[in-house]
Design a binder for this molecule. Sequence first.
Ligand SMILES: [Zn+2]
Ligand SMILES: [Zn+2]
Length: 374
Amino acid sequence: MNGASPAKSLTVPQTMKAWVLDDPEKLRLTEKPVPEPGPAEVLVRVDAVSICGTDVEIITKGLPAIVRGGSPFNKNFTPGHEYMGTIVKLGAGVDEYKIGDRVAVEIHAGCGRCERCRQGMYTSCLNYGLNYEGHSKGHRANGFTTDGGFAQYAVNHINTLVHVSPEMSDAEATLIVTAGTAMYGLDVLGGLIAGESLVVTGPGPIGLMGVAVGKALGAEPVILTGTRDSRLNLGLKLGADHVVNINKDNAVEAVKRITHGRGANYVLECSGAPNALNEAMDMTQRGGRICLAAFPHEPTLVDLAKIVRNNIYLYGIRGEGKSATHRAAAMMNQKKFDAKLMHTHTFPLEELPTAFRYVRERIEDAIKVVVKVS
Ligand SMILES: [Zn+2]
Ligand SMILES: [Zn+2]
């Protein structure tokens, strides 16, 4: 598992193994034609793909995936968005990458023509999901609106690629996009600078990466809150200065205590808990910022007056953006944090449903479950 996949023939077959989503919860392994890269695109042989909480959302509820203008069910759609692999074919005009390059991917190739894309905010592309006949604006979000990485091959726009260092294993490289999401929430969107205090609520993969990236960016102190000691201990290894088990301690009081009564400069909310935003507001100092990076499952009641009275800035993020995966890959290449600590399990492509079960039921405290494809 460690190290790069051995060099293999880069001959491209006509068909490939791919999982497709039939009804909710029903993934089926099938054969599909290997897709053709268009201009500014490449064909990636998927070497490894990691399972994300959002994949679980997609296979159970459909959203946030939107395929051909609607639900992703029964459309021969292949999910999976946190993958890495080897370039095996170049589309017309591609000279930025060459055949044989190892790459990790980010999810969103914006349309490149809307106001958000022109601002570099391609994760909020105004033409989201418009990539099919009659409605083609060129947008792609692999594993969300176009075919993703639970397959042997995938097509990627060159804007969604980043080179992987030869020392980095395939499994670790699948975590670049996870780190990129935390990076975007902290650096470009939230403007975190060295010396600012950071609270991360919820030690799931994005939260743990938030701790690691925040520490690497110079945040001080970095405080992680959660309910499971095993996850909190991992947070300490990834760079948290303080951890708070909210079953034993009051999170708001603990943050106030650690920040000498002031509250934190920045709170990265990764728990999705119903009261998380109210608590985040109580942890944030006046004029501070909150970034929401988890999906709460129900609408929640929020004391908005606190945001007004205290001049709090509120951000929502949807995945990586503004080339954050490049900054995440650079930090991982420089070994600023050890993302490998989050990789707990590996399964072959044929065992994708088992891999999903490990994620959903948190079997053996699974955190990042990687599917090795090639
Ligand atoms: Zn994801
Ligand atoms: Zn766009």
